[in-house]
Ligand binder design. Structure first.
Ligand code: SAH
Ligand code: SF4
Ligand code: F3S
Length: 466
């Protein structure tokens, strides 16, 4: 990223000689919500004169925005911290300072424990306290080891800067917007209710204002984010109760905003008004991430998902009736405690019945503090591995079949960024697949009509329809 002193506060520009700005390197793990949070934290730090860098060796402040969802995700953070410790030492020997911070869900879950396990860490900050980051960083720079993981009473979104025009332009034509955070569902395997806290919905006016700012900065497609995005609720300008369907309709009125998406949805919160939005809103993309985790009623119950496989299938049918072009994606966990071969076969059957365009599947990972961790009948690793392999084989085939079924179709393509080959751009299909097409750089942000000509393993190829 280039350094632009015009963006710095005056206090950092002494005389004619600009003082070099401090640099921050942010590495993001986990879900899209962390991507959104990382940008907001970078924005907050830029008010204090920090500029972003992609080169970790150049950074005065290294911030890891972490994920706690599975053991592997959390362990990755500690191995990264080990590497950073060496870098910090090397820099210190040259008389250069490097502050190391840990944000995100590992920070929230482990707090002080991180300082103990990783002595190079100066600062630990949880997701509900990001608006305090600039102040916490000042304290860390003066030598204090800071842990900020209390749930803040003040609304962090009110105190974090909204995206500005210049940065939005640099970030591209698609953007995330967190509308809901936290979770009250307490699935037996999941850390999110503990790391992100209780469900909170942002108010309509705040969301609309942020969306308008993004569009003003050139954004054409917004993905609304929430751990349970379809549990979002608020009060409309008319004083009435609003659900996500109403919010989508309101955002659909913003001129210049061409596409809307939302993720992640819980099957229990798909209400009629949201399904109606899929029926009637052309700006709402026909794509839905609707995780079920398992196809076995017994396991769904043990997971505390609070619905059956049949209810899920009936819901899918209702949504597909409203939007026949809908592509579905999902998440699956294999090897939840007590899962038998027969339970797993139920999952395979459910996948066959639904037909996913895309999916994410994981081996169950026991997380400290969740009810699942205390259950007997933990499934052996090799059994989990075998089941995962079978499930992924099926899911990948479904993804390929879906991609193949797109060949020959004419679609609207939002051009996002340069492709791998010169003269090519990559865009996204309505179903979130990357699509390569010959187009000029100046067309980034345009929506063009194309015909899909070929399906590769991870992306589609298309030609422009004159
Ligand atoms: N709110 C979303 C899920 C968020 S976590 C929902 O309810 O569907 C993203 C995915 O990670 C989950 O859907 C699940 O498939 C996976 N996951 C969560 N906890 C896990 C664990 N302990 N072990 C393995 N996978 C897990
Ligand atoms: Fe986790 Fe369940 Fe909440 Fe999703 S709904 S975030 S899986 S507890
Ligand atoms: Fe991971 Fe936290 Fe997201 S645990 S998946 S970063 S909410």
């Amino acid at each position: 990223m280039t350094q632009d002193t015009a963006l710095l506060p005056k206090s950092l520009v002494a005389g004619d000689e600009p003082v070099p700005a401090r640099k921050v390197f942010v590495k993001t793990y986990g879900c899209q919500m962390n991507v959104y949070d990382s940008d907001r934290m970078s924005d907050a730090l830029s008010r204090d004169g920090y500029v972003a860098t992609d080169v970790v060796e150049d950074a005065d402040f290294v911030l890891l925005n972490t994920c706690h969802i599975r053991e592997k995700a959390a362990e990755k953070v500690y191995s990264e911290l080990g590497r950073l410790r060496e870098l910090k030492k090397a820099k210190a020997s040259e008389g250069r300072e490097m502050v190391i911070g840990v944000a995100g869900c590992v920070a929230q879950a482990e707090g002080n424990e991180i300082l103990r396990r990783a002595p190079a860490v100066d600062l630990v900050i949880g997701p509900q306290t990001y608006h305090r980051l600039p102040e916490a960083l000042k304290r860390a720079r003066s030598g204090e080891r800071v842990v900020e993981t209390d749930y803040a009473i003040e609304d962090k979104f009110e105190h974090l800067p909204a995206p500005d025009k210049v940065k939005t332009r640099a970030r591209g034509v698609t953007a995330f917007l967190t509308v809901q955070e936290g979770c009250d569902k307490f699935c037996a395997f999941c850390v999110v209710p503990y790391t992100r806290g209780a469900e909170v919905s942002r108010p309509v006016a705040q969301i609309v204002a942020e969306a308008e700012k993004l569009v003003d900065g050139g954004v054409r497609e917004i993905t609304l984010l929430g751990q349970n995005v379809n549990a979002w609720h608020g009060t409309g300008p008319d004083g009435g109760d609003w659900g996500l369907g109403d919010l989508l309709r309101r955002l659909g009125e913003i001129d210049g905003l061409a596409r809307l998406r939302y993720t992640t949805s819980h099957p229990r919160d798909m209400d009629e008004s949201l399904i109606e939005a899929h029926r009637s809103m052309t700006k709402l993309m026909p794509y839905l991430h609707l995780p079920i985790q398992s196809g076995s009623d017994r396991i769904l119950k043990a997971m505390n998902r609070r619905h059956t496989a049949a209810e899920y299938l009936a819901l899918v049918e209702r949504i597909r009736r409203a939007q026949p072009d809908l592509a579905l994606s999902g998440d699956f966990i294999v090897g939840f405690p007590g899962e038998t071969e027969a339970d797993f076969e139920d999952t395979m059957r459910l996948v066959e019945a639904v037909g996913y365009a895309q999916a994410f599947s994981f081996k169950y990972s026991s997380r400290p503090g969740t009810p699942g961790a205390d259950l007997k009948d933990q499934v052996p690793e090799d059994v989990k591995a075998k089941r995962l392999e079978r499930l992924q084989f099926l899911l990948i085939n479904q993804q390929r079949d879906f991609a193949a079924s797109c060949v020959g179709r004419e679609i609207d393509l939002l051009l996002e960024k340069p492709g791998r080959m010169p003269g090519q751009l990559v865009g996204r299909s309505p179903w979130l697949q990357p699509v390569n097409v010959d187009a000029k750089r100046s067309q980034i942000g345009d929506i063009i009509r194309v015909r899909i000509t070929r399906a590769g393993p991870n992306s589609l190829f298309a030609e422009v329809i004159e």
